[in-house]
Write a protein of this length. Sequence first.
Length: 290
Amino acid sequence: MNETFTPTFKYRDDALDYSKTDKYVLSIQLAQDGFSFSVLDTELKKFLALETFPLHEVETSIQFCKKLDQFIEEYGWLKNRFYKIYILYESPKATLVPEPLYEGSEKGLYLNFNHDVTNYEQIRSDFLKNGEAYQIYSLPDCLKYRVDRNFKKAELFHFSTPLIESLIISNKNKDVSNKVFLNVRNTHLDIVILSDQGLRFFNSFYYSTPEDFIYYLLFVLEQLGFNPEDVDLRLMGNIKKFSREYEVLFTYVRNIAFEPRTSSFRYSYVFDKLPSHFYYTLFNVNVCGL
């Protein structure tokens, strides 16, 4: 069969053994603009593979699910038996509710307050133990069906759940008073701000230009009383140092650093050329205890 999907990033150690996937953790991140996955060897505590594939002209859930069918058919080894499987979904319809205000029977009401949920979507919630909150989000019925059919016993989460939880865990007992974390995706940016007590702020914003990018960050900083010149900004995700987005950021924020990979695991030599702040959620979902 002719290859339908061409990876934009492909890192695969020769030691990856498709006959030993029961010793591996497979983490898959699904978004309407692409699929990504990573493979962690649980015995070596070492990442062996990461690949990402763009999607184009996908406008509906049905189109998205059909693309996923094609992807799984082409990469059939992903249906092997794994030690554990995480599925992270970038649902654009999500809202965060503090634990004291959450009622499970009302999660549909919470989500519909900010988003239009169709009859072809189900409403789910993730509990953020360290964030002391619930992430409520919608999931297309067709996607849930395919996850259940192809990835037995997979654990399904909103992508922001490991993002937030891992940041809280990695910054425990550290001074976060001026830290702002910015996770960059292809068309969205996610802003996470912590406090000594845990999670202070989280939100995602759509952007199409560098001007949008900096506008949302400065807006959030102003609303929360931060001075951009004093902020310690930590970047992760799909952003490079010499990109236009980075240049605009540096115009307003002087203290910028890239968030490193977690030191809880080892990384194959194949990742030496991959910027260490890329694919933060895929590398960190394994440290969250989800």
